[in-house]
Design a protein around this ligand. Sequence first.
Ligand code: ZN
Ligand code: ZN
Ligand code: ZN
Length: 282
Amino acid sequence: MKNQASCLCGSLQWEITAEPFNAFNCHCKLCRKAHGSAFATYWFVKPEQFNWLSGTDTIVRYRSSHLLTRSFCGVCGSVVPYPSEQGNHWLAPGGCHEDGKKSDCHVFAAHSAPWYDITGDLPQHDDYPEFTGMQRVEEKPLEPGSEGIVRGSCMCGAVKFHISEPFKLVQNCHCHRCRKARSAAHATNGFTSIDGVKFVQGEDNLGNYKVPDAKYFMQVFCKTCGSKMPRLDPGRGIAVIPFGALDDDPHVKPARHIYVGDMAKWYEITDDLPVFREEPTS
Ligand SMILES: [Zn+2]
Ligand SMILES: [Zn+2]
Ligand SMILES: [Zn+2]
């Protein structure tokens, strides 16, 4: 069995040669920021079951905790596979792998975003389950926003932003591009007016990658840690906010799933939000 994949820009390509022996959805704050989504899905394979099919020059590494150094593509910002100190490879299948193992459980469920409800029957662990060999990580819960400002930041703290306008819409997008960009089952994005977003720190540390054949699609990320950051779209007068970047509770939740026609085969929707095969035109 060979399961091949690439990052959003195609610079990094890899394969796994065995079915992952574990898979989980992680709801921790660092995964939310790294992926800009409600949670990240990770697969685990042995080092000998993983091969790079490309050069690895564009990989940027960021040590997000004493146990884990994460990796992303410095060109497009996609999270790419990385070895853990337990010797196994962590892979975020996201849009990179279309088919493969479904998650066995939710981890860091106790830390999940206040704007996301975990549904379905999978077991939920408060933090790392034992099989990972990882130690417990302390996390502060998100705080309520103050004075109408919702704050957001990247993992490394270089980039910080404030949102001062209400979100017009929050949705989970399952399209191929969002999945590859976020390396997650789906993106969770909030939309607000372009004047409602202000970078208060580190705007010059943002990288961006526009998909060549896309009209609008652009990924914006912190060049140091790869966290997904707001994208300002002057053409449409909107700002697209990766919800995983938020530090405050925005008091609004995703309203629907879109592009479920493109959904990864290893993912299942278990909530009862409306689903649309593509994007509704309303
Ligand atoms: Zn790339
Ligand atoms: Zn995590
Ligand atoms: Zn950063």
